[in-house]
Design a protein around this ligand. Structure first.
Ligand SMILES: [Zn+2]
Length: 413
């Protein structure tokens, strides 16, 4: 109804009126926000929380506090923020690309996959592994958390790309090609050495064919623009950006330009907007701060190995560094600037949320998933309809998954 009213008004005024200009500052009651939010299937495409699963003493069942231990996702906060689920990420840091490095990446990927499956199995009353769009809707209706699995950086497949079939069998449904460095499959957007393959490598192109055949959503986040272009061209199914922000709001190699957002939308894809501060606003380089943070992380070792006492000691030292070398922090308004811009460029049928929780995402005013209804509130205030909000929170993602399933079906016969 709102859409019709808007277009009639626009015609009457003889001008084009955006949802933003027409409805900004709309009054919405807390009850309306909760109703719109809770009636949506709320999914996030990039949950880096599996890094916490093996943290000694840390349980997804306990309510943590972001200030207390820096975590952003657990079952109590998912319920509070109405987060029905999303993609638990198998993230692998890009190591050396020789035999030993490939073997380490292979083992890391499989270990993370096992940890995700163990978390779901140990909490079967509250979480369920999901492999199809239809499953996601069925499981959400039971009140369990919809648990998809994705991979960020395909390096665990470098030694043997045929592992992708096993991963798929064990639940993987989304595949991101690179992380912050180039790998054997393609170029990253942020490798200091520049492009190695000018997009996808021959091995990367073969991986795209295999992902289509198996029924995996291809994810171009972190990959170079050339990889994005080639994925869009080669994939027989729509692709996504699982956690990416807009160049037009802050020009950064990790973000994407409006022309590419339009191309993604034209092919049925979805961009899930990232809440990673360093990609939302310009944070000046602070070499002393970076050196101090690097020394600190060396001192405390891998995050997943830190117990509660170590976490507290780390946070205390970290706060001292923040005080000594302060930098600007991205805010909820900065996040909304990117999200609202991308909505205008792509249209609400091609936008979703992938805030990089537990992977560096979160902004002042939206520190963890308990705060997610703020996004819904703001979208309602901007004049987006409940149908738009349902599409943004999960409908668009499931549409992509259904398209991926439809492409895979005849190829697998
Ligand atoms: Zn990432």
């Amino acid at each position: 109804m709102r859409g019709m009213k808007r277009s009639v008004l626009a015609i009457a005024l003889g001008m084009s009126l955006t949802a933003h200009a027409w409805a900004a500052g709309k009054e919405v009651t807390p009850a309306k926000v909760r109703q719109a939010h809770d009636s949506a299937l709320v999914l996030d495409t990039h949950l880096d929380t599996p890094a916490n699963f093996s943290r000694p003493g840390w349980s997804i069942r306990d309510r943590h506090d972001h200030d207390g231990d820096q975590s952003q996702v657990d079952l109590p906060r998912m319920k509070e923020g109405g987060l029905d689920g999303g993609f638990w990420v198998i993230y692998t840091e890009q190591g050396s690309r020789d035999e030993a490095g490939n073997r380490a990446a292979r083992d890391h990927g499989l270990t993370r996959l096992v940890e995700i499956r163990e978390m779901i199995a140990a909490n079967a009353a509250d979480f369920e592994l999901v492999s199809t769009a239809a499953d996601a809707e069925r499981i959400a209706a039971t009140g369990k958390r919809v648990s998809f699995i994705s991979m960020e950086n395909a390096s665990p497949l470098a030694s043997d790309p045929s592992l992708l079939e096993l991963y798929h069998k064990l639940g993987l449904r989304m595949l991101g090609i690179t992380h912050v460095k180039n790998n054997d499959f393609g170029d990253s957007s942020t490798d200091a050495a520049g492009p190695q393959w000018n997009g996808l490598s021959p091995k990367g192109k073969a991986l795209v064919v295999e992902a289509n055949r198996l029924g995996l959503i291809l994810d171009a986040s972190h990959a170079s623009d050339q990889v994005f272009d080639q994925l869009l061209e080669l994939s027989k199914a729509p692709i996504v950006l699982s956690h990416t922000s807009a160049d037009a709001m802050f020009d950064h190699p990790r973000n994407i330009d409006d022309a590419r957002i339009r191309k993604l939308a034209a092919k049925g894809g979805v961009i899930h907007v990232n809440a990673y501060g360093g990609y939302l606003i310009s944070i000046p380089k602070h070499p002393q701060r970076e050196a101090a943070l690097e020394a600190l992380s060396q001192k405390y070792g891998e995050e997943s190995g830190r117990d509660e006492a170590k976490v507290q000691a780390y946070l205390k030292e970290r706060a001292e560094i923040d005080q000594r070398f302060p930098v600007p922090q991205a805010t909820f308004e900065d996040y909304m600037r990117h999200l609202l811009h991308i909505l205008k460029v792509a249209g609400p049928q091609h936008v979703g949320i992938g805030a990089d929780w537990d992977g560096g995402g979160g902004v002042a005013g939206m520190e963890d998933v308990a705060a997610l209804p703020k996004i819904t509130e703001r979208l309602l205030k901007e004049g987006y309809s409940e149908a738009d909000i349902h599409a943004i929170w999960g409908g668009n993602l499931l549409r992509v998954l259904r398209a991926v399933e439809a492409v895979a079906e005849p190829m697998r016969r």
